[in-house]
Design a protein around this ligand. Structure first.
Ligand SMILES: Nc1ncnc2c1ncn2[C@@H]1O[C@H](COP(=O)(O)OP(=O)(O)OP(=O)(O)O)[C@@H](O)[C@H]1O
Ligand SMILES: [Mg+2]
Length: 519
């Protein structure tokens, strides 16, 4: 529900439990980030759903992960259930209308959504080291591997490529150590084993091509609503490190790819980071520091990041300090640790003289929360005890059939669903290897062009511009990142890696804050 550039979240209560006033998220401060916290079953996902609906209605694309499958209902028209109607009446939401939202489902495994992939090269050494839980020595080896690949023009696309490069490094450890720093066989061996584990966990699905184009997550429908990208994450959650690394990679992609916009009227994209504790759990300090940096800087690119987690203490202090829009659902306070968390949570709010924050946090009902949003000049509003509005879309999961239908209607239908044919790619590369001196042709684009009506979506979608040139133009050009290295490691090995490394002119690729490729 939209009103003068604000998203209606719910209605706050006076001490005598009568309605106080509507609580709104001001779109101008939507890029000042946010935090949704609360114990299990207190209403976090519904709050996320309500916020996502609001952003979409305002024309702001949204990305969120669906950890339990219960967010998928946002793609369907809501239904007038009794308890929802009751909540609507309680807060004076009249009329309480229903709406289905333009959803694009994504899934690393390609089962419950369109495939999401990236290449090893694009993920970069820092995040990859995190994904592989690498020690410092192993991370050093990974860095050298990337340096070798960058300088030698070797494409690191999938796990196989990295495996091949590591094999090469093990065989030539002495020579490489002399030139780049210590590459111990033990470290390489550990990395090779870690790669095997990753493969067994199904991470191979995630590495390869066609890689995700960020612009596909920034679509707007023809009637001006922002696409809601929902990542099916129930299976993914079984590999928490892959989940966290993937979301970090996505965040860093947004950061590296989007231009500066200063403080826009409304965000260009809002990114919900559910189960955010997984991001910070035993993450090395350097990574936390980089995340803090990305969160701070991505604001001026018009991206709002909203962390969703049980406990505000899950988020490091430096990150927490940057989260302006806050919704705190109920917390329990039985153990001393829980009591500390309640105290911490209470202390982050601008106090309201009519109630005690800490007491209120433990007494909140389901779908009720302490809410404080940024107001004029970006000052946090006084905290209010708020009944969150019921969503306009369906509450709860959808059926497989409904999901299939949404996926067929999707503007990216058929674009990501099939792996790029490895075998024919290999043949092409073999052929090209034979005439290495010739310049590379632009990569072929066989998938239907997004932005064009793909016949099933009814011309419902448009592509966002990226600031400096029409989106379609951008589409036509081969992307530098996929164009720069078209040879696989296997192929390059045939041409003698040693030679290419030794004679390299050192065209190292520029990498961004989180170590992913910078463009
Ligand atoms: N704003 C609301 N209006 C009406 N009902 C609500 C609201 N918020 C939550 N509820 C009710 O509470 C239930 C649990 O909410 P929700 O799934 O959002 O909890 P959660 O905090 O995400 O839990 P978990 O940590 O287990 O994921 C919902 O299924 C719904 O029945
Ligand atoms: Mg939930």
């Amino acid at each position: 529900m939209l009103q003068d550039g604000k998203i209606y979240i719910g209605t706050s209560r006076k001490p005598d439990d009568t309605n106080n006033k509507g609580e709104y998220l001001d779109l101008r401060y939507g890029n000042r980030h946010g935090l949704v916290t609360g114990a299990t079953g207190t209403g976090k996902t519904v709050t996320l759903q309500v916020l996502a609906e609001g952003f979409s209605d305002a024309g702001v694309p949204v990305f969120c992960a669906d950890v339990k499958g219960d967010l998928s209902g946002i793609s369907q028209m809501g239904e007038a259930k009794d308890f929802l109607a009751k909540r609507a009446e309680q807060i004076g939401l009249d009329p309480y209308g229903f709406e289905e939202f333009p959803v694009i489902f994504w899934d690393l495994y390609g089962e419950k959504g369109h495939r999401v992939r990236t290449t090893i090269a694009e993920m970069g050494p820092l995040l990859l080291a995190r994904l592989m839980n690498a020690s410092e020595a192993q991370e050093g080896v990974l860095n050298i591997a990337f340096k070798l690949a960058d300088q030698g023009g070797l494409a690191l696309l999938d796990l196989k490529d990295l495996q091949a490069l590591l094999n090469y490094m093990a065989e030539n450890a002495q020579e490489i150590s002399a030139q780049y720093g210590l590459v111990s066989k033990a470290s390489v061996g550990s990395l090779q084993r870690a790669l095997l584990v990753l493969e067994q966990q199904g991470a191979a699905h995630f590495f390869g091509e066609p890689a995700l184009k960020i612009s596909d997550m920034m679509r707007v429908t023809n009637d001006g609503r922002g696409a809601i990208s929902v990542l099916a994450a129930d299976k993914l959650m079984m590999n928490p490190r892959l989940y966290a690394t993937f979301l970090l990679w996505l965040l860093s992609e947004l950061f590296e790819e989007l231009p500066e916009v200063g403080d826009p009227e409304k965000p260009r994209l809002v990114f919900f980071f559910d189960e955010a504790h997984l991001l910070f759990n035993d993450a090395p300090p350097v990574l936390i520091q980089r995340v803090e940096q990305v969160v701070r800087l991505i604001r001026s690119k018009g991206v709002g990041v909203y962390f969703v987690t049980q406990n505000p203490m899950d988020v490091p202090e430096t990150v927490l300090a940057q989260l302006g829009n806050r919704v705190q659902h109920a917390l329990r306070a039985y153990t001393p640790r829980e009591q500390r968390a309640v105290k911490t949570a209470a202390e982050t709010f601008r106090p309201n003289p009519t109630f005690d924050c800490a007491t209120a946090i433990t007494a909140l009902g389901t779908g009720e929360a302490l809410v404080s949003m940024l107001e004029e000049k970006g000052v946090p509003s006084m905290v209010e005890r708020t009944l969150i509005r019921p969503p306009s879309s369906r509450l709860g999961p959808i059926t497989d059939q409904e999901r299939q239908k949404v996926m067929q209607m999707s503007p990216v239908a058929n674009q990501y669903d099939v792996d790029e044919d490895r075998e024919s790619a290999y043949e092409i590369l073999m052929a090209r290897a034979a005439k290495t001196a010739q310049p590379e042709p632009a990569p072929q684009q066989s998938a239907p062009q997004p932005g064009q009506d793909n016949g099933t979506a009814g011309g419902r979608w448009t592509l966002p511009g990226f600031g400096d040139k029409p989106a379609d133009d951008e589409r036509e050009q081969p992307r530098p990142r996929s164009g720069y290295q078209r040879e696989t490691v296997v192929e390059a090995a045939m041409k003698s890696v040693a030679r290419s490394v030794a004679s390299s002119v050192g065209r190292a690729l520029v990498r961004g804050i989180l170590g992913s490729l910078k463009r």
